[in-house]
Design a protein around this ligand. Structure first.
Ligand SMILES: Cc1cc2nc3c(=O)[nH]c(=O)nc-3n(C[C@H](O)[C@H](O)[C@H](O)COP(=O)(O)OP(=O)(O)OC[C@H]3O[C@@H](n4cnc5c(N)ncnc54)[C@H](O)[C@@H]3O)c2cc1C
Length: 396
């Protein structure tokens, strides 16, 4: 294998793969170094293994869903945005489809389709891909070239793009090496914290574990979030819980309620039950909610599952409607950084030129993707940021 390149990219996630595509598109001799035996390990886990490759929203919607670093990305998205991502895949023989909340997936419902499309483009454009190649040290020689060392080889390049990701889910390879590179070159790295984190709760987990709900409203400390929710063995996951994690104080005072029927008012519930007053409360509730959840709420309200609606006092029924519309849940905290979907914090954006993603102080050193101090909601927004910044770092 050659050891001298125009551009070396460290990290084969979405940011790195797109940076390699962009760099080689402009004729640069490009090397991709990835420590795993395959590219895109974390990407393969997104969207439940189907790869939520981007989001179809407007620029405003995309920016709204990037709670940290969105403004910095204006220049990036002016050069390459979510619609360019969609066009890139479709033009390269990978049809996509749009699902709820604008989430975009390959029509195959398989992450590997997306990874293979990026990899095929890299190969077509002559990128050298070295997997099983962990970078152990990165320095800059007096002649301005970067020296990038793996266990058995020292590679050199004029330009270096760091796309090593954040520090969550370290088993995917994202262990924070890029932050070490930044610190080595005296760039600031902000504190790394969990973002998009599942919530731990003080709750009878086993009763509801495995129930997956669509479009409920979770309200945390007066912030309503309407999205899907999953009850797990430790608490709550799914997009509504992940988004709520930003607002968790973890000091035991968080006020969290779940509205299982956000499109139905308590008055409408009352009318429905009145209309079907000869039926059992369980059978009426089952028309509105999943059976296990319906039974749990009826029992919590102290109502006999088989009692007919007409046998139940107005007070008890009102209590049941209240539980359906505003179920209180005690959130005890969020999961650790390692178990969160995204890392908040990273290479300080004040160190980086927004138009080129190059360091302001180290010539030809670029960063892209989650290694930067940018974090977004799940739903394709992090991947959009990774692919778009990867492209910009690659072409500049
Ligand atoms: C379970 C899960 C689900 C998610 N779902 C979504 C979702 O639905 N929507 C969304 O937008 N985001 C989602 N995310 C977040 C998203 O996957 C990441 O933001 C995105 O993958 C970041 O891309 P990246 O290229 O910057 O970094 P990564 O994908 O983390 O890739 C970095 C790569 O660098 C390599 N590397 C690190 N150090 C070295 C080294 N020293 N030498 C060589 N290689 C190295 C790693 O092995 C890794 O392959 C999810 C994350 C997880 C964990």
């Amino acid at each position: 294998m050659k050891t001298n390149y125009d551009t070396i990219i460290i990290g084969g996630g979405p940011a790195g793969m797109m940076a390699a595509v962009a760099s080689s598109y402009y004729g640069h001799k490009t090397l991709m170094l990835e420590k795993n035996k395959k590219l895109g390990k974390k990407l393969s886990m997104t969207g439940g293994g189907r790869c939520n490759v981007t989001n179809n929203g407007t620029l405003e919607e995309i920016l709204e869903n990037i709670p940290h670093g969105g403004k910095f990305l204006y220049s990036t998205f002016a050069q390459f945005d979510n619609h360019d991502i969609i066009a890139f895949f479709e033009d390269n023989g990978t049809p996509l489809k749009i699902e709820d909340h604008g989430r975009v997936f390959p029509t195959t419902d398989k992450s590997q389709t997306i990874i293979s499309a990026l990899q095929a483009k890299m190969v077509e454009q002559g990128v050298t891909i070295a997997t099983n190649s962990e970078v152990l040290s990165t320095t800059k020689a007096d002649d301005g070239n970067f020296l990038v060392k793996t266990a058995d080889t020292t590679f050199t390049s004029r330009k270096l793009i760091v796309t090593t990701g954040g520090k969550s889910y370290p088993s995917t390879g994202s262990t924070g090496y890029g932050h070490d590179i930044a610190r080595h070159f005296k760039l600031k790295v902000t504190d790394l914290k969990p973002a998009e984190s599942p919530l731990t709760t003080d709750f009878p987990h086993k009763t509801l574990q495995g129930i997956s709900l669509r479009e409920i409203t979770l309200t945390i400390n007066n912030h309503p979030i309407t999205h899907d929710l999953l009850f797990t063995h430790f608490g709550l996951s799914g997009p509504a819980a992940l988004r709520a994690s930003t607002f968790v104080t973890g000091n035991g005072t968080d006020d969290v309620t779940l509205d299982f029927l956000p499109t139905v008012s308590e008055d409408e519930l009352s009318d429905k039950f009145e209309e079907l007053r000869d039926k059992s409360v369980k059978n009426v509730a089952k028309l509105l909610l999943q059976e296990r959840l319906a039974e749990f709420l009826i029992t919590t309200a102290g109502i006999d599952l088989d009692a007919k609606v007409k046998q139940i006092s107005v007070k008890k029924l009102t209590e049941l409607f209240h539980l359906m519309k505003s179920f209180p849940i005690k959130v005890t905290g969020t999961m650790s950084l390692a178990k969160s979907f995204v890392t908040a914090g990273g290479v300080d954006l004040s160190e980086i030129k927004p138009k080129t993603l190059m360091s302001k102080t180290v010539e030809n050193l670029h960063f892209a993707g989650e290694v930067l101090d940018i974090n977004a909601h799940t739903g394709g927004y992090n991947i959009t940021s990774a692919l778009a910044t990867g492209w910009v770092a690659g072409i500049s």
